[in-house]
Design a protein around this ligand. Structure first.
Ligand SMILES: [Zn+2]
Length: 452
C-alpha cells in the first residue's frame, strides 16, 4: 500500500475498533505464550495467573519480563513457534539480546514501517537510501524490507562510507536517508566540506539519541527535517516514530501495548511493552529500561496514536538524591546556553556527610565514535574523525555507584572511583564544568573549579 493511502486509513480507522482489536490481540498473545512458551508457562504458574482468563493488562500487573530474564533463559524457552531468522544487538548494556522471528513477522513489521514514510510525507517521487548496518542486527534488513513494501525506489547498501553515498547522490538522487545519527552527521559533514547540496524530503534515524543542536545543524544544511524513531532488537521494529510535528514518538499501538511503569510526579517512568502481533517470540510487559513519559493531548497532525516523549535515559542511570530521581540528561537542559560552558562538560554529585556516598556521572576518557570498520576502504577519511558534528552525539558514560575507593582532586574534594557501569548518556566529557549538590539540595556549578 502506498504510504499516503496507509496514513489515510489510519486516520480514519474508528478509535473504538482499534481498542477492541488491541484487546483481542493481547488476549491471543497471552494465551499463546501460556500454551507454547515454557518461560511464560512457568512465570504464569509462579504468579498464579491463568492465561486463559486474562482479559487486559490489569490482569497481568504482577507479570513483568526483564531483559536479564530473557538473556538467562534458554532461547527455545521463549519461543512459541518455529523461527526463520534471528537478529541480535549488544544494546547499551553490552550484553547480547536476541530476537527470533519468522519471515512473515519481519515482512509484517516492514509493511507497518511504511507508516513511518507516510508520516514524513513521502511520495512516489521519493527515493530511499538505507544506511543502517546489516551485520547481526535488525536495522539493515528491516530498512530494506520497508523500502520493498513502500513502492519507492531505493538503494540499501547498509553501513557504507558516507563519502560513497555523497558520490552517488547525483545519480541515484535519493531524497530520504535512513541511518543512525552518527552516520547522518558524517554524511552531512562530508557534503558540507564538498559543497554538495540536493533536495531532501527528510532523514530517518534511530538508535542513539541525537541532540537538538546536531539535529538543527543537519536540518539547516539540507533544509529538510530529521525524524527520530524509537526501535530496539526486542521490539523487532520501531515502537514509535516522530511525525512532522516532531513532538514525540507516535506509538505503534496496533502492534504493541505500551505502559509507563512506576511513573513519577511528572509521568516519567520505565517504558514497557507487550507485543500484540507476534507468534514466534512474544514478549509480555517487557521492561525496556528506558525512561520516558506519555505526552498528553492529541497531536496536531491528526494521528490517533498516543505520543511517547523523548527517552530521558536508561532506568539504571537514574540517581536518587534530594531532587528525587534525577537522570543525567537533566544537565543537558540545565547547562544549555549557560555562558562559559561549551558542549563538553562533566557532572559530579557529592553528598558530604554520607559514608563515601559519592555518585557521579562522568566520562573520564575520550569515547571513540561508534563507527565500525567499513566493508571497503575509506580512502582519505578517517573513520574516527567526525568533528565537529560528531562531537555532539550522545556518548556512553560511566555511572558510579556508592561504593569503591575515592581519590582526591586538586581542590581536595573526593573524586569518584574508577569503574562503574557503562550507560547511555547525553554529551558529557571531562574538563568542563562541574555541578555539586549539597545535602540540602543546593546546586553549585563550577567551571574548572571556579564557581559562578
Ligand atoms: Zn503527530
Amino acid at each position: 500500500m502506498a504510504p499516503a493511502s496507509l496514513l489515510w486509513l489510519i486516520r480514519h480507522f474508528p478509535a473504538g475498533a482499534m481498542d477492541g482489536l488491541r484487546r483481542t490481540a493481547l488476549r491471543r498473545t497471552v494465551r499463546l505464550a501460556g500454551r507454547r512458551s515454557r518461560f511464560y508457562r512457568d512465570k504464569f504458574a509462579a504468579l498464579h495467573i491463568d492465561p486463559e482468563r486474562v482479559r487486559d493488562l490489569a490482569d497481568l500487573r504482577d507479570c513483568e519480563t526483564t531483559p536479564e530474564e530473557c538473556r538467562a533463559a534458554p532461547p527455545d524457552a521463549l519461543l512459541c513457534g518455529r523461527p526463520d531468522l534471528v537478529v541480535e544487538s549488544s544494546g547499551t548494556s553490552g550484553r547480547v539480546t536476541r530476537l527470533y522471528l519468522s519471515h512473515a513477522e519481519l515482512e509484517y513489521y516492514a509493511r507497518q514501517g511504511v507508516i513511518l514514510l507516510a508520516m514524513m510525507g513521502a511520495g512516489p517521487a521519493d527515493r530511499i537510501l538505507g544506511a543502517f548496518e546489516y551485520a547481526w542486527g535488525l536495522g539493515g534488513i528491516y530498512t530494506q524490507r520497508i523500502g520493498a513494501h513502500s513502492g519507492l525506489f531505493g538503494v540499501f547498501p547498509g553501513l557504507v562510507d558516507p563519502a560513497e553515498a555523497i558520490e552517488r547522490l547525483p545519480e541515484y538522487r535519493f531524497t530520504i536517508v535512513m541511518g543512525d545519527p552518527f552516520w547522518i552527521a558524517r554524511f552531512t559533514e562530508i557534503a558540507m566540506a564538498r559543497g554538495v547540496r540536493a533536495p531532501m524530503t527528510g532523514f530517518v534515524s534511530a538508535a542513539e539519541r541525537m541532540t537538538e543542536r546536531l539535529r538543527g545543524l543537519i536540518e539547516d544544511y539540507w533544509k529538510a527535517p530529521v525524524y527520530m524513531t524509537y526501535a530496539s532488537t526486542e521490539l523487532g521494529a520501531s515502537l514509535g516514530a516522530e511525525c512532522t510535528e516532531k513532538t514525540g514518538y507516535h506509538l505503534h499501538e496496533y502492534d504493541y501495548a505500551v505502559e509507563i511503569l512506576n511513573p513519577d510526579a511528572d509521568g516519567f517512568g520505565e517504558v514497557a511493552f507487550t507485543t500484540l502481533t507476534r507468534s514466534v517470540m512474544p514478549l509480555i510487559r517487557y521492561r525496556t529500561g528506558d525512561v520516558a513519559r506519555l505526552i498528553p493531548g492529541r497531536c496536531p497532525c491528526g494521528l490517533p496514536f498516543r505520543r511517547l516523549s523523548a527517552i530521558r535515559g536508561r532506568n539504571d542511570e537514574l540517581l536518587a538524591c534530594v531532587w528525587g530521581n534525577v537522570h543525567p540528561g537533566l544537565f543537558e537542559d540545565l547547562l544549555r546556553g549557560v555562558e562559559g560552558i561549551g558542549d563538553e562538560w562533566q557532572v559530579a554529585l557529592r553528598q558530604p556527610g554520607l559514608r563515601r556516598c559519592s555518585s557521579s556521572v562522568s566520562n573520564p576518557r575520550p569515547v571513540p565514535p561508534p563507527w565500525r570498520p567499513p566493508r571497503r576502504g575509506f580512502g582519505p577519511i578517517s573513520p574516527n574523525s567526525i568533528p565537529p558534528l560528531g562531537q555532539d552525539r550522545a556518548a556512553p558514560v560511566r555511572h558510579q555507584g556508592v561504593s569503591g575507593a575515592s581519590r582526591k582532586s586538586p581542590d581536595g574534594a573526593e573524586d569518584p572511583p574508577a569503574g562503574g557501569r557503562a550507560g547511555r548518556m547525553t554529551p558529557m566529557t571531562s574538563g568542563g564544568a562541574e555541578i555539586r549538590w549539597t545535602s540540602g539540595g543546593e546546586c553549585h556549578i563550577f567551571d574548572r573549579l571556579n564557581a559562578f
